[in-house]
Write a protein that binds this ligand. Structure first.
Ligand SMILES: NC(=O)c1ccc[n+]([C@@H]2O[C@H](COP(=O)([O-])OP(=O)(O)OC[C@H]3O[C@@H](n4cnc5c(N)ncnc54)[C@H](OP(=O)(O)O)[C@@H]3O)[C@@H](O)[C@H]2O)c1
Length: 247
């Protein structure tokens, strides 16, 4: 059994991933952005739109014991019409969905597995190294899709850099949550199935790295995610932006 950190596990798909892994006997470290959002004891707290809060969260996780598995589930998409900028001066979607998981990964000891909860929106995403934060043109949809594509490329960069770690990304499906709206066809149980399987299963199909999954199946996604030169340049740029280094 493993110690598993699941980010964004106070609600939605993340709460269900945490519940499933807990029911399998794993020691689950739950996370919420605030004490109020946690709604109870037993959570580490960290606001992922703040580099400082993300660093403090990593320190709190370490006090509980280094996780062997990390599920980067927390995610966000703007519902406003104007480009959101965090207190760090970073585009908020990019910071929460791409930079924060990388910063947490850099601050924690190297785990055995990392699961990045991505999105099929990456099929229409584009990584532009000269405008990662959409300073030239911003829309909600492009900011979200591009941030999840960047997250996925970072997952694959980590898979190459750390051959002893299983680093994969997953589309949970169109799931009924507050993010996607409650008209979505899938339940949180269905959305949590593949991320929880990647986090905890010893099925040979789950013991791979550098792979994108949907419904427990490996699928091919946006070619930019597999471009190793782009992965490396993105990794370098993102580490600079969050002032972190990787072992
Ligand atoms: N639902 C879908 O159809 C769908 C499809 C593709 C991908 N996804 C991905 O699946 C993951 C889970 O989404 P969901 O549908 O379960 O949405 P959700 O119910 O809104 O859950 C998102 C989780 O992330 C947390 N979070 C958001 N911004 C945060 C921040 N700044 N700091 C700390 N925590 C933050 C949320 O906390 P609060 O509860 O406090 O907001 C919540 O725990 C996300 O990465 C999402 O992009 C979902």
């Amino acid at each position: 059994m493993s110690r598993i950190l699941v980010t964004g596990s106070n609600d939605g798909i993340g709460a269900e991933i945490a519940r499933v892994l807990d029911s399998q006997g794993h020691h689950v470290i739950r996370h919420a952005r605030s004490v109020e959002r946690a709604g109870g004891a037993g959570f580490v707290v960290g606001e992922l739109s703040s580099l400082q809060s993300t660093r403090e969260m990593a320190a709190d996780v370490l006090r509980l014991g280094a996780p062997e598995v990390v599920v980067h589930n927390a995610g966000w998409g703007s519902k406003d019409e104007s480009r959101p900028v965090t207190g760090d001066g970073l585009e908020q979607t990019f910071q929460i969905n791409a930079l924060a998981p990388l910063l947490l990964t850099a601050l924690l000891p190297r785990p055995r597995r990392i699961v990045f909860v991505s999105s099929d929106s990456i099929s229409r995403g584009r990584i532009r190294l000269d405008d990662l934060q959409h300073e030239q043109e911003w829309t909600q949809d492009a900011a979200y899709a591009d941030s999840k594509l960047a997250m996925t490329a970072l997952a694959f960069a980590l898979a190459r850099r750390w051959p002893d770690v299983l680093s994969n990304a997953v589309h949970p499906g169109w799931v009924s949550t507050k993010m996607s709206g409650y008209a979505a066809p899938l339940t949180v149980a269905q959305g949590a199935d593949t991320p929880a399987w990647l986090a905890g299963s010893d099925d040979p199909e789950a013991l791979v790295t550098g792979t994108f999954f949907q419904d427990r199946q490996a699928i091919e996604v946006n070619p930019q995610a597999y471009d190793v030169d782009l992965q490396d340049a993105l990794l370098t740029r993102c580490l600079e932006l969050c002032d972190a280094t990787l072992s």
